[in-house]
Design a protein around this ligand. Structure first.
Ligand SMILES: *[C@@H]1O[C@H](CO)[C@@H](O)[C@H](O)[C@H]1NC(C)=O
Ligand SMILES: *[C@@H]1O[C@H](CO)[C@@H](O)[C@H](O)[C@H]1NC(C)=O
Ligand SMILES: *[C@@H]1O[C@H](CO)[C@@H](O)[C@H](O)[C@H]1NC(C)=O
Ligand SMILES: *[C@@H]1O[C@H](CO)[C@@H](O)[C@H](O)[C@H]1NC(C)=O
Ligand SMILES: *[C@@H]1O[C@H](CO)[C@@H](O)[C@H](O)[C@H]1NC(C)=O
Length: 418
């Protein structure tokens, strides 16, 4: 599909949305996931050999690029046939479409370290039409984890669907506790001037990869640690402790007048936000010499654990508030960070149970995946119910009548406010 027809489809969807009173609109929903096999026989064979066990497949990450909506499924349990997948946004008739492996089945082969992907969590499409995919190389979760392959960053050309590069993290970039599930991508003056930031949630580090230098380095900081008072969670009637979970959610600001950006980040077991300039992260000689360059912002208040966040071109940050079945916002261009500055843009006790990922597409739509992850991990899902949803709404519709609403009046000016 060319850009013009995609634009007109977006426009039609937009018209439909603004006539409704609710905010996030359900675009796709599943009670259980399925995949596009070459034919019925191949699917049947995958089921009987248990290479595909439908109830072990949980979607955790999304990304949008043109008419593709990517969906990642980690190999936490056996029977996940493909970890990086997409569905087409052209066919909006099927509300529960099966997932297509991206770019193909072969590239999703488990434990094929050179040309396969074992487990992918979060992914990021950049403005140069590349998809950044961090493969943890693992199977399992928690104490069942095996790692047949090292952590490797895979970068695909979204136009040709070819892998451009595979970069294995250096042994020094990880430690025995390492668990990296999230990635942010920073494009500077051109497509060569690109960096990836990867948050090590259980090893407490921030790994930086430079595309131009084709090398990586690792920052450590006490701000990457969990808050010992913030490890207790109550989600959908379940109580559990994620008290070792450090740095996880990250979002990049627009470019400041000085050319740098701000990386906002938060540990999962924490109600606090932190920030650091990309000028520091991009400089490998700052690794051991940057304690005071990291900044602590104020707290979001109780029950505000966050795993996913994203910022639009005007400095409005959207974050998942997993304890509240909600999506929150903060307008960094007009408000200092803090509990008062954060507002809820949408909340739903059914549809937003564990909003696991949030992205913004090029047309200014916010997309949210909710997946009942805590039920899947700690209890079990009822496969007679809708369990996974992908919802979306335009930024303007979401922030209307919230503390984030003074929108676009700042144009492209962005002020770095704590
Ligand atoms: C692994 O973790 C599970 C759940 O936390 C626990 O029940 C089990 O005993 C652990 N197994 C090992 C070998 O530590
Ligand atoms: C991606 O593929 C397209 C189409 O083949 C090509 O024109 C473009 O140069 C490629 N981009 C990169 C970064 O290799
Ligand atoms: C990047 O570095 C790795 C070694 O760390 C090497 O195997 C790979 O070929 C390099 N890629 C490019 C594009 O230079
Ligand atoms: C990187 O950091 C070092 C040490 O602080 C500093 O001397 C150097 O000027 C920095 N490089 C750039 C490009 O900012
Ligand atoms: C789903 O519904 C069917 C038919 O009503 C029932 O037999 C089955 O036990 C239900 N499954 C679950 C997981 O509740």
């Amino acid at each position: 599909m060319n850009n013009i027809s995609f634009l007109s489809i977006s426009f039609l969807i937009f018209v439909k949305i603004t006539t409704c009173t609710f905010k996030l609109q359900e675009q796709f929903k599943w009670s259980i996931l399925d995949y596009v096999y070459d034919n019925g026989f191949a699917r049947h064979q995958a089921l009987t050999t248990k290479r595909f066990i439908p109830e072990n497949n949980l979607p955790v990450g999304i990304e949008i690029w043109k008419d593709k909506l990517f969906v990642t499924v980690p190999r936490w349990k056996p029977g996940v046939p493909s970890t990086l997948n997409y569905i087409s946004l052209q066919n909006t008739e099927d509300k529960s479409p099966p997932l297509k492996p991206y770019p193909d089945w072969r590239s999703n082969e488990f434990a094929n370290c050179n040309s396969g992907l074992s487990t992918v969590y979060r992914i990021k499409a950049d403005s140069c039409d590349r998809l950044w995919v961090l493969d943890t190389g693992t199977f399992g979760i928690g104490n069942t984890t095996q790692n047949p392959c090292p952590y490797a960053l895979n970068i695909f050309n979204l136009t040709s669907n070819k892998r451009l590069r595979r970069y294995e993290l250096r042994p020094e970039d990880t430690n025995p506790n390492t668990f990296i599930a999230n990635i942010a991508v920073d494009i500077g003056k051109d497509c060569e001037d690109a960096f990836a930031y990867m948050s090590d949630e259980l090893g407490y580090g921030l790994v930086v990869y430079s595309w131009k230098q084709n090398s990586s380095w690792r920052f450590s900081h006490s701000y990457f640690m969990p808050d010992p008072l913030a490890g207790d969670f109550n989600i959908d009637g379940l109580n559990f402790q994620w008290d070792k979970e450090g740095i996880f959610g990250m979002s990049l600001s627009p470019k400041l007048v000085t050319g740098e950006k701000i990386l906002y980040f938060s540990p999962l077991a924490s109600n606090r936000e932190f920030a650091v300039s990309t000028r520091i992260l991009r400089n490998s000689s700052k690794v051991d010499n940057s304690y005071h360059d990291f900044v602590a912002l104020r707290e979001r208040g109780p029950n505000s654990h966050v795993t996913a966040k994203v910022m639009d071109d005007y400095g409005i940050q959207f974050m998942n508030l997993i304890d509240r079945n909600a999506v929150g916002c903060w307008n960094s261009a007009i408000n200092r960070y803090g509990a008062n500055a954060i507002d809820i843009v949408d909340q739903d006790e059914t549809k937003l149970i564990f909003p696991s990922d949030i992205k913004i597409d090029r047309f200014g739509y916010v997309w949210v995946l909710s997946d009942k992850m805590s039920n899947f991990l700690i209890s079990r899902l009822d496969y007679n119910e809708t369990n996974f949803r992908i919802l979306f709404a335009p930024v303007d519709v979401l922030v209307a009548n919230t503390a984030c609403a003074d929108y676009r009046s700042f144009g492209n000016d962005f002020f770095f406010k704590f």
